[in-house]
Write a protein that binds this ligand. Sequence first.
Ligand code: MOS
Length: 762
Amino acid sequence: MKNIDSITHLRGESVYLDDIPLQHGTLYAVAFDSPIAHGRISSLKLEAAAAMPGVVRIFTAADIPGQNQIGGIVADEELLASEQVHFCGMPVALVVATTEEHARQAVKKIELQIDPLPVITDPREAQAKGELIVPPRTFRIGDTAGAWPECAHIFEGRTDTNGQEHLYIETQGAYTLPAENGVIRIYSSTQGPTAVQRTAARVLGIPMHCIEVDVTRLGGGFGGKEDQATTWALLCALATYHLRKPVKYSLHRMEDMRMTGKRHPYSADFRIGLSDDLRIIAYEATFYQNAGAAADLSPAVMERTLFHCTNTYFIPHVTATAYSCRTHLPPNTAFRGFGGPQGMFVIEAAIAKAAEELGLHASDIQQRNLLRTGDEFPYGQKADSEAHECWQKADELFNIGKIRQDIAAFNAANPVYKKGMAVMPICFGISFTKTLMNQGRALVHVYTDGSIAVSTGAVEMGQGVNTKMLQVASTVFSVNPGRVRINSTNTYRIANTSPSAASATADLNGRATEMACQAILQRMKTVAANAMQATADNIAISDEWVHVNGQRSDWDWNRLVAETYSRRVSLSEHAHYTPASLHYDASKEKGHPFAYHVYGTSITIVTIDCLRGTYGTDAVKVVHDAGKSMNLPVDIGQCEGGIVQGIGWMTMEEVVYDKEGRLRSNALSTYKVPDIYSVPKEIDIHFLETTKDNAAVFRSKAVGEPPLMYGIGAYFALRNAIKAFNPSGHLAWDAPMTPEKVLLGLYGQPVNVSDQPDNIPA
Ligand code: MOS
């Protein structure tokens, strides 16, 4: 079925934060943020700003009634800087005025003096100085030290992957309304309504039941609103708390880019050892995560890097250590893949390096080492692997050997354009790695007219989760989907939600919805059974009709609902779901953290222009293990979007901070995201329809994050294309592969033009 939002999206009628009708007397907030990355506040003068037209009040840390603390995992982040600033873009004051323009004008009049302190932007420097967010962690399997002597080939290297701007179309924002008895209603563009509620209660010093958070939908999140929507919601709530007025703040794009954290850049060292027959025997990796100035979600992101450090390969001897390094950048945060892609890039670079040195194709090593069912991950869980199935199916459908031959023929015939390809197999663990977060809840009401309302903890952010929840309810009840309405995500209806994150939202909330619907259905069946002298087991609802022993009765859905209601039987249910068998012991770094894994194999083909260094993606061909897809258009959309976003991260998107910690790529004129001209000319997605009984709903599999990692293939395909032009070129293992880097790779080392099949035109 079509995404249920498609019609209102197309008509421009979908309600985002900025579309919520404003109450009379609404005020506008704008943050004043630090222009300096690190220092002590010596003076903050607000008088000139306060005297500006329209200004109602200016708030600082001194106005916070509860704790000035928004840290989720570690209590290390102030809402408003009190004594020190830790990054450029850190909010210091909040101007509230009668119009947004007045607030923005007044912000410019705030005078802040800062005694600067040393600025660190490099995670390796932070690690060397002992600036760690949390203690380092190490995952181990086998004995790497003992295994090196067994290896026929050993290769070492360093990799660097840069950050990534989330660039949700809808910027961060919030709108807060006062209600009676001190209650504050918060409309927030957040993936984590409960995080907003919990943190607002802490900052305002009031109980959580005084905070109602309501989310209709987000114009994209990608992880950027898992934790970092909280700041704006709390700033507005702080003003509403004091003024008892509605307060709105909707960030401008440049404010959003400057003040929010991004995907974590990582630097890493690797060492890989292979046998003569290309089995990976040993692997060591050390990860330096650039966490930014506060923990935010960095410890969890770092953990997911370790969980994915061997990607989809079985390696018997692994030692992987990760450091979460405190720097003076905006706190980096969740971003689709949540550290997994950063871990997977390093093992892929290690394999590619080994292949380059040995004169092989990386795919020879990749395929040889794919996980088999029963193989153990470094964290102790055993694989239930589809890795070989995905690879083989991809080879069968797309013919890797033939693609390689065609590329070789093209490259031999074309002096100026070169093609390259890479295979990118993936394995991504599904579940929050913090086991307790794996909870979903749903509240289902059947109304007396036969219509159905569903509330869950799931936040719709364009990923189509509401459509899937609607499918669950209409399938369980066997009624027309048009009978079902998915309500906003609201902390008064669904409490203590986990954020919509970790690709697990449909799994967790879908199962809860299924359970709630089943409970209501069971009661309805009992009503029908009693009326029809049957047993509930012999009653079934099919296409809106009650069937008894397989025979259609004269009760339709509406009659069934009416009979149930008239017998005073509840037509509502609240259900709680948590997947069984998840456990993890962080003291041993062993356990079973994932309900299951998602596998897949992609083939990426690129063409570079060897005169200009520019490039395009010809095709990404994928076999993706989506289980039994609940909704093909939605899942294909997730795959296509993830692939393009992954390619963007690996190729053109370049987050640039200067040495002073100022964001230089601070607008869409200086930060390049994939546009319609840079998406692959062809994306061919084939679903491997596994139907194993996993923890997800209706044997589907999570689809949000895994496809992003196919984008990593673009980096390696570009490398191979560069090597086709300049085999002796030296290229750092450094992403993104921007056109500048491609050009340096093409010509950075001496290249003998006469070695090329034809001379390069002048
Ligand atoms: Mo997502 S990166 O788990 O918010």
